[in-house]
Design a protein around this ligand. Structure first.
Ligand SMILES: Cc1cc2nc3c(=O)[nH]c(=O)nc-3n(C[C@H](O)[C@H](O)[C@H](O)COP(=O)(O)OP(=O)(O)OC[C@H]3O[C@@H](n4cnc5c(N)ncnc54)[C@H](O)[C@@H]3O)c2cc1C
Ligand code: SF4
Length: 332
């Protein structure tokens, strides 16, 4: 780790246009210890009190970027109105990490690709142009959708999978003022520039995340499949939210984690389900649409079938959310 100076920002104008921000520090400090981030100045943004609140806004709910993951998941407005989000957050990390981790930091956490953390391995995300060790290396945890010949890493956040399904909007502030980014446009696929994870501009601060009015409180489920039942990143995760009239689907949202460089949502599959009955065959057909174009590598081809089963299973669990036991992670 390099030497660095530490500043505690008091106002928004102290931070916009600058870098590197530290919030909970649960990802950034690890990156610094591995020399993957060599910031010479850390700007602690935690004293910016305007961005800690979770509050109702005319069209929904606003989550402060500096609210912790724990405070967000257990906030009564989130628990009652966006239970899918609460469940997804609680499926991530550990209680201790969620007490420190913030909502803004969660969105910006970096990949867990083993080669990214290994300074001796070629990695286009760490050193552009150096090559990708995962494509022909050990790639069990890697992506099956949206990959490029430059990078096959996955984006690891659980919270973001639910935010994607809920059509959240990310509010940011930078030197050019404020702007709002639709969640589907926030993270990006690797393409030829895998070193860039998202569409945030340098020096922009995430100030809040907006959840629209539509809450899906009756029929929702988050399923996370992983190698051990806690404290592990997803092999596959699925957020499902359904609006039903009897056994007919009025609206469906399905987002996947653990499969791509961003949360994966295919709107054609959701449109396919609209007006259909809530049966296994229809969920299976939607899963096939979502997984069109999926490509497995030597050690992760199993993820394609696992993802299909997880989508079907999770949509069935969404029909009766009480089938999701707290902490239970049924196998697909
Ligand atoms: C052992 C372990 C297990 C984990 N397991 C999971 C898991 O299963 N699922 C999961 O989803 N996550 C998991 N995590 C990741 C954890 O959720 C993230 O580390 C955490 O959410 C990051 O938030 P933070 O506030 O600590 O971010 P920081 O580490 O402070 O910052 C992360 C990045 O975001 C930037 N940043 C922070 N806030 C802002 C802002 N407001 N605006 C602009 N830039 C900002 C920082 O500059 C930095 O680049 C795990 C982490 C660990 C260490
Ligand atoms: S998959 Fe991406 S992050 Fe992993 S080694 Fe290849 S380029 Fe690096």
């Amino acid at each position: 780790m390099n030497n660095f100076s530490y500043q505690r920002a008091a106002t928004l104008s102290d931070v916009v246009g600058k870098s590197t921000f530290v919030a909970g520090g649960t990802n950034l400090l690890d990156l610094m210890k591995y020399n993957l981030s060599n910031a010479d100045t850390l700007i602690d943004v935690n004293a910016l009190t305007d961005f800690h609140a979770i509050e109702e806004v005319p069209d929904g709910l606003r989550l402060g970027s500096l609210a912790t993951n724990a405070d967000t998941a257990y906030d009564s407005l989130v628990e009652n109105r966006y239970p899918l989000l609460s469940k997804a957050i609680l499926a991530g990390a550990s209680a201790q990490i969620r007490n420190m981790a913030t909502n803004g930091g969660n969105l910006l956490q970096r990949t867990r690709c083993y080669y990214f953390y290994d300074a001796h391995a070629p990695c286009n995300k760490r050193v552009p142009g150096s090559g990708c060790s995962a494509i022909k290396g050990y790639n069990r945890n890697m992506a099956i959708l949206g990959t490029s010949d430059q990078c096959i890493a996955v984006y690891p956040s659980d919270m973001s999978v639910a935010l994607s399904a809920l059509d959240a909007v990310v509010n940011v502030s930078g030197l050019n003022g404020e702007r709002s980014i639709a969640f589907e446009d926030f993270h990006r696929l690797p393409g030829d520039t895998p070193e860039i994870d998202n569409n945030l501009q340098p020096g922009e601060l995430i100030t809040s995340i907006d959840l629209p009015e539509k809450t899906f409180t009756k029929n929702y489920s988050y399923l996370k499949l992983r190698d051990r039942s806690s404290y592990a990143f997803a092999l596959i995760s699925v957020a499902s939210a359904l609006e039903l009239e009897g056994d007919t689907i009025q609206e469906a949202r399905i987002a996947l984690g653990g499969v791509a460089h961003k949360p994966w949502r295919v709107k054609e599959a959701e449109q396919y389900l609209t007006g259909k009955k809530t049966d296994r065959q229809n969920f299976a057909a939607a899963a096939d649409i979502i997984l069109q174009g999926a490509v497995g590598f030597e050690h992760n081809a199993f993820k394609i079938e696992l993802a299909k089963r997880a989508i079907i299973r999770n949509c069935i669990m969404a029909l009766d959310p009480s089938t999701q036991l707290p902490g239970a992670q049924p196998s697909a």
